[in-house]
Ligand binder design. Structure first.
Ligand code: ADP
Ligand code: MG
Length: 697
């Protein structure tokens, strides 16, 4: 039971099992579990998706044709009609003194058992005129007894419908949970915070979010619960930050011959933004607390060289450095680039990936452990048990958005409080970054190296392939190279690879028999990938057919054209990353999106891509199209899903929640004061459900 919220004096009431509710048997428990609801508390935190205001009752005689409304009346007769086999229509005459309406239910024969002649009933439905009568096609109903009505004559909560759990069932189950357990719910936000922001008390908020008396109730309840959610989230993130920030780390030395030597070897001058960020990195590394820094910079802004400098600095101070990348191809590229820059200065660089031959791998593992290797570059393989460092001083994660918080933590655990540097090209607005990467300090490279041209992007239809081929030929004849990314069609990698293979064959045999065409995909062994990528890098291959394995990081400045087939199947962020593979050198570069999108969203994405190169804008559009839930998928960020807050709409609340969280932690960093114990439990419970965020606590 992960998400339990235990408070000793509540005697576990709110955490009681679902079965204890009336109307909830094993079958409903299973259905609720499918929604992630295991305890009464989970149930109370299962919020409505929207509300329907059924508080204004209509007189039957006022109902207009085609209108949906709620009425209340007395059942004056009810019967089933069976127009044909397998079909039941239940029809009830309902009268409210102004007129009589015929309410109809389709194929719900049980209705006749629940609604008796003479009963008082509330009905919501759509009105029609049939044979001179008013007919109401029932969407919801409720027989009135001595209880407060739930499904009509009020503002009614609507929950996301799930099979077997229609909104009315959830309404009843949640109502009985509230009736039975509301007394056991205890406030855990500090009273002064409640006061300062005029927040509704927890019990009242939980009641009102489900069964508000008026729209103002809903608004206030929501505000309180949004605050609570963001406050708990920020407290968790800041606890981590406070803890790591205070951790005594490694004091790296001031720059010496190695770091200086590296700068001299660079074939270009750093941009102003790179210089500024590098200063921040050096400062973090030299001081005595651990560095936890995120470098945000659009594709092509030149993050790699900063990693190289930081790695040189750790080696210079007598430590080892490690750099993790999300794909084998990118890891290999980094290993090669770092070797080129650092080995002339006497630094030993090695590559470690999963698909390496066993013998070779063991050799490298040995050398890492004995300290003969200074800098290791690799994939996820780096966080495996068997990888042991002699003295790890710096851990770099490239393309952080591809990794979870957990993986970053595991890399960190390879040393004793090493400095941490993470790099990402996913630009996110700063305040949002506080939510996702709130435990990190953030540096932004907001400038591209000089001489870069806009990547001209065109969207063409399948029918225009011939023009695309002509353009490829033109680029190749000028000595440039081309990426050809093939469609992601199936869920299965195997089928995609077959498609890639067929495409490469088609292009080679039918279209470009005279060009050198290469193929790279995720199932190739490391050696084979290396071979292809080297051939592309040194220009032997003119056109590289690839799956999305080339999506991140790859750097071949002579490549100037990126063709993406079925481009509408990719998300904006992915397209931007893919496009970032070209335009990395002095030549004008192009991206051609081949797509016949079937949806408006697909068309919108193609348009945005052809209009802008600005990663920041694209990210914002992406956020709008997909919504924050998907944009910051739990898988990527390692953070818990948000249940009620919307980090864009609720950004102001996010800011104050963060401020208050920091203030509490300032006084009580580990939340050990008695009045903070419950907050602490909330935080731990919330994070444990999502990822092992507090892995070392
Ligand atoms: P990213 O930020 O996408 O990881 P890279 O670090 O791969 O970008 O750099 C992209 C290209 O720009 C590389 O070819 C790199 O050598 C080059 N580069 C980086 N910094 C500069 C600079 N200051 N001036 C010129 N070229 C640079
Ligand atoms: Mg990169």
């Amino acid at each position: 039971m992960d998400r339990l919220y235990k408070t000793p004096k509540d005697s576990g009431k709110i955490t009681a099992a679902l079965q204890s509710l009336k109307g909830v048997g094993p079958k409903r428990v299973r259905l609720l579990n499918r929604l992630g609801i295991y305890t009464i508390e989970d149930l109370l935190y299962h919020f409505p998706r929207k509300y329907e205001d059924r508080s204004l009752l209509k007189e039957i005689c006022q109902l207009r044709e085609g209108e949906t409304g709620t009425i209340s009346g007395t059942v004056t007769g009810i019967r089933d009609i069976r127009p044909r086999r397998g079909m039941t229509i239940t029809k009830a005459a309902v009268s409210d003194g102004t007129a009589t309406a015929f309410a109809v239910w389709f194929n719900q024969p049980f209705i006749k058992k629940q609604v008796n002649k003479g009963a008082r009933i509330i009905i919501t439905g759509k009105a029609d005129r049939k044979y001179g009568n008013i007919q109401l096609t029932v969407s919801d109903y409720e027989v009135i007894d001595d209880q407060e009505p739930l499904h009509g004559a009020r503002i009614v909560p609507v929950y996301p419908a799930t099979e077997g759990l229609p909104p009315r069932v959830l309404r009843s189950v949640i109502k009985s949970a509230l009736d039975e357990f509301l007394n056991g719910i205890r406030e855990f936000l500090p009273p002064e915070v409640l006061d300062k922001y005029d927040l509704m008390p927890l019990d009242k908020a939980l009641y009102s979010i489900h069964f508000p008396n008026n729209p103002d109730d809903t608004r206030k309840a929501r505000r309180r619960l949004v605050f609570e959610e963001l406050f708990v989230l920020q407290t968790g993130i800041c606890m981590l930050k406070v803890r790591e920030g205070k951790t005594a780390g490694i004091c790296h030395k001031k720059n010496g011959p190695l770091t200086d030597g590296l700068m001299k070897r660079l074939p270009f001058k750093l941009t102003g933004a790179q210089k500024r960020v590098l200063e921040e990195i050096y400062r973090d590394m030299e001081n005595k607390t651990t560095m936890n820094r995120l470098i945000q910079g659009d594709v092509g802004s030149g993050k790699t060289v900063l990693a190289a400098a930081a790695l040189a600095k750790t080696v210079e101070s007598g430590y080892q450095g490690v750099m993790m990348a999300p794909t084998e191809i990118l890891a290999a590229q980094h290993a090669e680039g770092l070797t080129e820059l650092l080995s002339p200065l006497g630094v030993q660089v090695a590559l470690l990936t999963g698909s390496m031959a066993r013998r070779e791998k063991e050799d490298i593992l040995h050398s890492i452990e004995e300290g003969r290797i200074d800098v290791v570059v690799g994939t996820h393989a780096l966080i495996q048990e068997e990888v042991r460092f002699q003295k790890l001083g710096l851990a770099v994660t490239d393309e952080q958005h591809r990794f979870g918080v957990k993986q970053r933590a595991r890399l960190r655990d390879k040393g004793e409080n090493p400095d941490i540097l993470v790099m990402t090209a996913t630009p996110i607005p700063r305040t949002l970054a506080l939510t996702v990467y709130g435990d990190l300090d953030i540096s932004v490279i907001d400038e591209l190296p000089p001489g870069r041209h806009e990547i001209k992007t065109y969207w063409v239809s399948d029918a225009e392939k011939q023009r695309v081929y002509n353009f490829i030929r033109q680029q190749v004849s000028q000595g440039r190279q081309v990426y050809y990314v093939c469609p992601l069609v199936e869920e299965s990698e195997k089928i995609d690879i077959t498609a890639a293979l067929e495409l490469a064959e088609l292009l080679q045999s039918q279209i470009f028999p005279d060009l050198h065409i290469g193929l790279v995909h995720g199932r190739l062994k490391q050696d084979a990938k290396d071979l292809v990528m080297k051939a592309f890098k040194n220009g032997t291959i003119d056109l590289l057919v690839a799956t999305t394995v080339i999506e991140v990081g790859i750097n071949v400045p002579n490549a100037t054209l990126m063709v993406i087939e079925n481009a509408d199947r990719f998300g904006l962020a992915q397209l931007h990353q893919l496009r970032g593979r070209v335009g990395r050198g002095q030549y004008r570069s192009y991206c051609i999106l081949v797509a016949n999108p079937a949806t408006d969203e697909g068309r919108a994405r193609m348009k945005i891509m052809s209009q802008t190169n600005d990663g920041f804008l694209i990210a914002e559009e992406d956020l709008k199209l997909r919504g924050p839930g998907e944009f910051f998928g739990t898988r990527q960020s390692g953070l818990p899903d948000l249940k009620i807050a919307d980090i864009i709409r609720d950004i102001k609340i996010l800011r104050v929640a963060r401020k208050e969280a920091l203030e509490i932690l300032d006084r009580d960093p580990n939340l050990q004061y008695p009045e903070n114990i419950r907050l602490r439990e909330k935080v731990i419970a919330r994070f444990r459900g999502a990822d092992n965020y507090f892995s070392t606590s």
